[in-house]
Design a protein around this ligand. Sequence first.
Ligand code: ADP
Length: 494
Amino acid sequence: MPLDIAIASAEMVPFAKVGGLADVAGALAKELDRFGHEVTVFLPRYRGIHEERFPGLGLEKVGDIDIQVGGRVERAEIGAATVPGSGVRLILVGHDEFFDRDNPYVDPKTGKDWPDNAERFIFFNKAILESLRLLRWIPDVIHTNDYQTGLVPILLREAYSHEERYARVGTLFSIHNVGYQGIFPRDVLELIGLSEDLAGPTGPLEYWGKVNFMKAAILYADLVNTVSERYAEEIQSGNEYGFGLEGVLHGRRADLLGILNGIDAEVWDPASDPLIAANYEATSLSRKRENKIRLLESMELPVEPDVPLIGIISRLVDQKGFDLFEKIAAGLFRGRLKIVVLGSGQPRYEELLRSLRKKYPQKFAVALEFNDKLAHLIEAGSDFFLMPSKYEPCGLNQMYSLRYGTIPIVRATGGLADTVHDYEFETGKGNGFTFEDYTGEALLEAIKRALKLYQKKRPLKKLITEIMQIDHSWDTAARKYVAAYERAIAKRRA
Ligand code: ADP
């Protein structure tokens, strides 16, 4: 039976993207729409979301709502649009003071979180629920994502459930990264406007004297999921992965699922990708080489297409393993290889990469920016793709890499462990190279094995051809989400 599904997210491709959440929101919504469900996505109206940039949006004003945020009343301008090329309805929550900014979470000037993030996202959560009245629409389920929309379940239960129609709405909370929980000083409770008791000792919002949005979401959602099976296990196993919420997560283990993300197989298709230099398939791999040449040129590296090339695209944060990379860099660059990095983030890592560029200008190049086109070219033009993550909820780039015939080298954690299996030289089994221990030696050893395969032309070509056939499209994942929605709804209505 078709469902009425609301997806609440702080990011969505193509409108606003910081990381994997944007890809998930965009691709999942489209896939659910294709299955015949009624899908509405709620997104803040960030700077740059308008008709000129996104033809076909058809943005129309629905109305204004006054939202109480602590002692202040803030006006939410609710607009309705259609995600171009689909039947997905987009509800944009406008409030320029909060959302007319260059980055959803971080002030580009300071590199730090916007100081009013608690206020901004409290406002957004409240506006989502209030706009349902304006829209005269009650969904069967609200799918909330990460801390930015994590207050929806608690608000729904504590402030709306006296109305029968709201009491029947199921909620699913998806954790895309436990490393970002939305922990704020206790006084933001006043902005949320719920009872003090909820943030009292052992209360659902309380966290070491502060307020934790993600904790409340885990406790209040009918069902919780994260973005790979391995990560679902890891985050309840201890502090290293659970970041203090392991106990809360373990307490909800019966309602905690792992659903591996899919990839948008239309956007990430080497056969038709308009952002790369030459389109190719498993049967026309010589054209993949043209991408390598273009990539080397554009990164201002010597064009030596027979030298193995490793690509990295990543947020430059502790999670992504750049400290390991730093440890092995000197040893690594003694070998015959080249590495290109695209990323932006912590100044510490930006400096590291700049200094490596200076030291190894023939072998290493870096682009410190967010650049979607270059990301596609790196996927197409590299021989290997490196993700030495300390933890990785799902990871998308390793799946893009497989599709582009670019062999992933990854640390066996979270979604990386679920999607990349170590290559065996004897049997030819496996689809990439993995390492277990979070050490420089283990990483270096994995890269060396990858480079060894690069010398063996026939098995190399066989592996590339095989990995390009692996199906990671959203179809499977979206079916699992529908089953999760049905389970959340059934639980709520029981
Ligand atoms: P995370 O969500 O932790 O950032 P994922 O691998 O799940 O990691 O998703 C990251 C997404 O963001 C991928 O689609 C990746 O290509 C993209 N991305 C990350 N950094 C950049 C960048 N500097 N330029 C372009 N795309 C980027």
